[in-house]
Design a protein around this ligand. Sequence first.
Ligand code: FAD
Length: 460
Amino acid sequence: MTNLSCKLLIIGGGPGGYVCGIRAGQLGVDTIVVEEASPGGTCLNVGCIPSKALIHAADAFHKMVNVSDGPLGITAQSPAIDLSQTVAWKDGIVDRLTGGVTGLLKKAKVRLVAGRADFIDGKRVQVTTPDGDHMIEADHVVIATGSAPVELPFLPFGDKVISSTEALALQTIPEKLVVVGGGYIGLEIGTAFRKLGSDVTIVEAAPRILPQYDATLTKPVAASLQALGIKVMTETMAQELGKTGLLVSTDGVETELPADQILVTVGRKPRSESAAIQSLGLTMDGAFIAIDDRCQTSMTGVYAIGDVTGEPMLAHRAMAQGELVAEIIAGHRLKWDKACIPAVCFTDPEIVSCGLSPETAKAQGVEITTGTFPFAANGRAMTMESETGFVRVIARKNDGLILGFQAVGGGVAELSASFATAIEMGARLEDVGSIIHAHPTQSEAIQEAALAGLGHALHI
Ligand code: FAD
């Protein structure tokens, strides 16, 4: 057993942990990051990046297959795809990014220890590695152990039942894919496989897909799933494995959906039982570790960040928390004061939500005014054959302070930065409405939505 010591020990090298490590290193804090799998965590290895790579490849293939039927005058003959090659390309991107994380930690003079960490107490952690064990003693410890896919007890992972991790590494395109769970992960991967040629059915227990978003936002996605030929079964419960696929029940009526693969995407659970975290007796918030506005847990000197601390389980929240904690440990007086965390569904079309929605504003008793601008009236959207969807702004009624933005449409993920900037900077409808937005861009819909909120949109 080797003894190591440091000022800051971070357990987990995902977006939360590695960003915390880089920033701490930049600030001169002696830091060790322990990672049992691959640097970059869920996001870089089996989450955000691999899923977006698959979506991109599926889109490219789907466009090629259908371009001859379109209005552009382009003909393509017999496009084909070799999924194993696509997955190898995706793995190459993952390798570049995870290698980049290792390099950035090294540049910041952060020690990266490959192994599994387990708490002995709030200041000591045992790390098990193939080359022997370490005892690491630290002034401060950050728990950044992330999350894992939820397994259904009656449909355990294995054989044809897979999680998003296996779905993103398939070497062949399943002929029949059943997706259990109509949240963003299931819809993103299900849509990608449909575009690659699979026969896809989505099984969702709630009355509609993406139940956490309002129906106006999800309607274009539901229409697109239908147009793509994806069967969506709402108010339907997965039961168990059948002889040829999945047994499901709708209104008490049982049917069997034939499937080569059953992808279960019913949510993610915090890894709050990893690293012997329970032995610390921390205050919990359900299954998540409870934290205050400095990401401090109930034990002095022990911080927690990222998915293990609750919703929204998103990489950019984990990164922002990681940066915050590094600054705090370096002695800066800071607390979490973000006005919004944008959320993006990379469905087709994409959905962005940032800040308050009409429903959340109502629930908070805030009187609002809204402005909506459709992409059907946006020149750039027309030139991209992408007229579905809209941008909607939510502002405080008495003074026009912007409280939220939602959008649905092709490529709207890239508008999320403008939404978050406006909200964080305390912009009012007049501010956004009077900023010159380049023409022709989809972003003009943001300016027009603000003008619509003021009652005088120009192009509608
Ligand atoms: P993680 O990334 O889960 O990292 C935790 C790390 O801790 C892991 O590497 C794990 O090996 C390590 N670890 C755990 N226990 C120990 C231990 N005892 N010792 C040593 N190491 C340990 N988010 C987005 O923002 N945008 C997206 O588009 C998006 N798409 C996604 C798509 C999919 C398919 C999935 C599954 C997730 C997606 N997410 C997305 C969510 C995103 O991946 C997570 O929010 C993010 O990775 C959380 O970061 P984290 O640092 O908290 O945890």
